[in-house]
Design a protein around this ligand. Structure first.
Ligand SMILES: NC(=O)c1ccc[n+]([C@@H]2O[C@H](COP(=O)([O-])OP(=O)(O)OC[C@H]3O[C@@H](n4cnc5c(N)ncnc54)[C@H](O)[C@@H]3O)[C@@H](O)[C@H]2O)c1
Length: 386
């Protein structure tokens, strides 16, 4: 991870090693996922931690000319003011980051924190949508210029919003940021279930932008497992009678999802993989319960009632216990690298081959195995263009 521009190289966007200095602009830059991504990137780039969980560090991506982890420069927007080194210390106290890590990567955390600008709209902000989009786009332009970046990818990792009411005259914050990304000429990734580029008023703008984009809602736990198991039932001709699930989680995400409207936005994506793979949505509810005592640790139970030969009734039950930010952060880094490289290679529009990473992808197959095949095909396509 670089902390400042190199003034000695003839191409100012290149690092001394010849890599392209690539910006990662995180919306929600002081949240748990963002802090874990920034700290984790610095630790892995310095060789302090292994690349566990980073798909882009595996063999199929070796020659795809992705930006190196050490060439990523972080910044972003947040409405919170707690500095990144403090957030990292809090995550260490919760057991999310290893002891000693915040101190080992303090310079990188401080550099990223210095590049965070106030998010919005804050209560009492009287600016209209266009003014807010302009202000956010201006922050992005300044980030790219100040750090002499070849490009910056905008990644939304802010708190989940409720789905906007139909006919509302204001864009939700996630769509203001997404529109700012387009205005600043930046590729865009939506790691959350929030609306982002999916707002009807942005569809045309996105299509005309000539930029690559991907989303939405990172697939890190329960839905990841569902995208493996649902094709198994379909391919073995075992009808699923009901698929029920419960999630217990704390942290900022748990608190945001305590709002039934935000939870509904999340659950819509989780249900999609079942509907797409099984042909119809089976019976069964999905619950998300906020348990602050769990912090960033999530427990997800699934109960699948299915039918066998001659109508015999059977059940599969699964328990997933994961650290949410440790699951999400490597995927955020993967997506930033892949989307930056897609932009460099001249790819435009929805990157359907990145469906492997999302609950509610922009097209492509729905089972994880098929999505992985599409992703490695994408790696090969990037390799051919290098
Ligand atoms: N961790 C996972 O496994 C996972 C998987 C899929 C999706 N996600 C999504 O990632 C997002 C981040 O999760 P988290 O655990 O880091 O949450 P978090 O609560 O720790 O962080 C969210 C951050 O967004 C900021 N924010 C809120 N409104 C904002 C605005 N208008 N502008 C700028 N910043 C704003 C908050 O201040 C906070 O710092 C959530 O939407 C979550 O649903 C996480």
């Amino acid at each position: 991870m670089t902390t400042g521009p190199d003034t000695t190289h003839p191409d100012p966007t290149r690092t001394p090693g010849g890599g392209l200095r690539t910006g990662v602009w995180l919306i929600g830059a002081r949240g748990s996922v963002a802090t874990t991504a920034v700290a984790g990137c610095a630790a892995v780039a310095a060789g302090l931690q292994p690349t566990t969980g980073m798909v882009t560090e595996t063999a199929p991506f070796a020659d795809s000319a992705l930006p190196a982890l050490g060439d990523l420069v972080f910044g972003g927007h947040d409405t919170a003011t707690t500095p990144l080194p403090k957030r990292a210390e809090a995550l260490t106290a919760e057991g999310v980051l290893p002891h000693g890590l915040p101190d080992a990567v303090r310079a990188e955390l401080t550099a990223a924190d210095d590049a965070i600008r106030p998010g919005g709209p804050q209560p009492g902000d009287t600016r209209g949508d266009d003014e807010l989009i302009d202000a956010f786009a201006h922050d992005l332009d300044a980030f790219v210029r100040t750090h002499r970046l070849a490009r910056a990818v905008v990644v939304n990792v802010a708190s989940t919003e409720p789905a906007p009411a139909a006919g509302g005259d204001r864009l939700p914050p996630s769509s203001l940021y997404a529109s700012a990304a387009l205005r600043a000429g930046c590729p865009y990734v939506n790691f959350t279930p929030s609306t982002g580029l999916h707002h009807p008023r942005l569809r045309g703008e996105a299509a005309r932008s000539g930029l690559p984009y991907a989303g939405r809602d990172g697939k890190t736990g329960q839905t990841l497992l569902r995208s493996v198991l649902a094709p198994m039932f379909a391919q073995r001709a075992l009808p699923v009678r009901a698929w029920s699930g419960t999630n217990l989680l704390g942290g900022g995400d748990g608190a945001a999802l305590a709002d039934p409207a935000a939870a509904a936005a999340k659950n819509a994506g989780k249900a999609r993989v079942l509907a797409d793979t099984l042909g119809e949505l089976p019976d069964g509810r999905l619950h998300i319960d906020n348990v602050p005592a769990l912090g960033d640790w999530k427990t997800a139970w699934d109960h699948v009632a299915f039918e066998g030969f001659l109508g015999s009734r059977m059940v599969l039950q699964t328990i997933w216990q994961g650290c949410d930010s440790a699951l999400a952060a490597p995927l955020v880094l993967d997506l930033a690298r892949l989307t930056a490289r897609a932009h460099e290679a001249g790819l435009t529009g929805p990157l359907t081959e990145l469906g492997f990473y999302f609950k509610d992808p922009d097209g492509g197959p729905s089972g994880l195995a098929d999505q992985y095949t599409a992703l490695t095909g994408f790696a090969a396509r990037l390799r051919e263009r290098s």
